[in-house]
Structures are given as C-alpha cells and as structure tokens.
Write a protein that binds this ligand. Structure first.
Ligand code: ZNH
Length: 141
C-alpha cells in the first residue's frame, strides 16, 4: 500500500506530469504501442503514428485521469470508479496490458525529469500506477 511518504512524494512530483499531460501521455502510449504491438489492437480506428492528434488527445485523457487519482490518493477506487466500469464492462482490456502502460509512463517520466526522478519517486510512482491498475481491473469477472 502507499505509505504517507509515498503520497507526499507523489503529490509533490505529479504537477510536473500534469503540466504536460498531452505530450507525456502521447509519448507513453506511443512507446507502449511500439514495445508491445498487440496493445494497438484496442485502438483500431486511431492514427497511432507518433504525435498524432489521436495519440495526444488520448494521452492527455489518461494522464488527466491519473491526476484525478493523485488528487484522491486516499480513495483512488472512488475517484476512478466510472473508469473502472468502462475498462471492465465496455473496453475489456486484458489486465496484462496495464503494467505495460505503467512501465512506459515511468520511462517517459524518467527521461523528461531525470534530475528529479530519484529512487523514492521511482518507487512511489511505481506503487501508485500499480494501485491504479488494480482499481481499473477490479471489476473484471
Ligand atoms: Zn484506458 C479509454 C484511462 C490503461 C485502452 N482510458 C480511456 C479513457 C481514460 C483512460 C481516461 C477515456 C475515457 C472516456 O473517454 O470517458 N487507461 C486509463 C488509465 C490507464 C489506462 C488511467 C492506466 C494507467 N487503457 C489502458 C490500457 C489499455 C487501455 C493498458 C489497453 C492497452 N482506454 C483504452 C481504450 C479506450 C480507453 C481502448 C477507449 C479509447 C477510445 O476513445 O476509443
């Protein structure tokens, strides 16, 4: 579980990401599609070339949803409840894909903010993204 220190670190670091959600989100999604081609199958109608309008718009949505979770670290389940329904009932994204996106969000974050990406931040963000994945896949049957 996220410790009080993890939460402090996340809240302090997150504005860097939310401040450029479109760019970072698009880059993380783009890298996921390249490193794991099968993730592309969920987006058949998207233009998935790097920096496409689709990628930017969707990347922004994903990071903004994470910002919502950061704003409710004590109730991530509640904050992402609707999104959890969407992924479980409508999108039916294989839960195995969540760590792939999380991994790429970490990579992009480390590249962009390497001087601030210390080990505590790495650990806290990793735990946070894992927690979000648990919430988004909690309603699967
Ligand atoms: Zn998801 C959608 C978030 C993961 C797939 N997403 C979505 C959205 C959001 C999100 C916000 C939008 C919604 C509306 O519009 O309402 N995701 C998210 C997050 C995460 C995720 C936060 C983690 C971290 N997803 C994911 C994955 C996948 C996905 C992993 C696969 C691979 N999503 C998806 C899809 C969609 C979404 C397919 C739909 C899109 C369209 O638009 O169509």
């Amino acid at each position: 579980a996220l410790t009080a220190d993890d939460k402090k670190v996340i809240k302090c670091f997150w504005p860097l990401l939310s401040g450029c959600s479109e760019e970072l989100g698009a880059e993380a999604m783009g890298r996921m599609f390249i490193t794991e081609k099968r993730t592309k199958t969920y987006f058949p109608s998207f233009d998935l070339t790097p920096k496409s309008t689709h990628l930017k718009a969707h990347g922004k949505k994903v990071i903004d949803a994470l910002t919502e979770a950061v704003n409710h670290l004590d109730n991530i389940q509640g904050a992402l409840n609707k999104l959890s329904d969407l992924h479980a009932y409508d999108l039916r994204v294989d839960p195995g894909n969540f760590p792939l996106l999380a991994q790429n969000i970490l990579v992009v974050t480390a590249i962009h903010f390497h001087d601030k990406f210390d080990i505590c931040t790495h650990i806290a963000l990793d735990k946070f993204l894992d927690r979000v994945a648990c919430v988004l896949t909690s309603k699967y049957r």
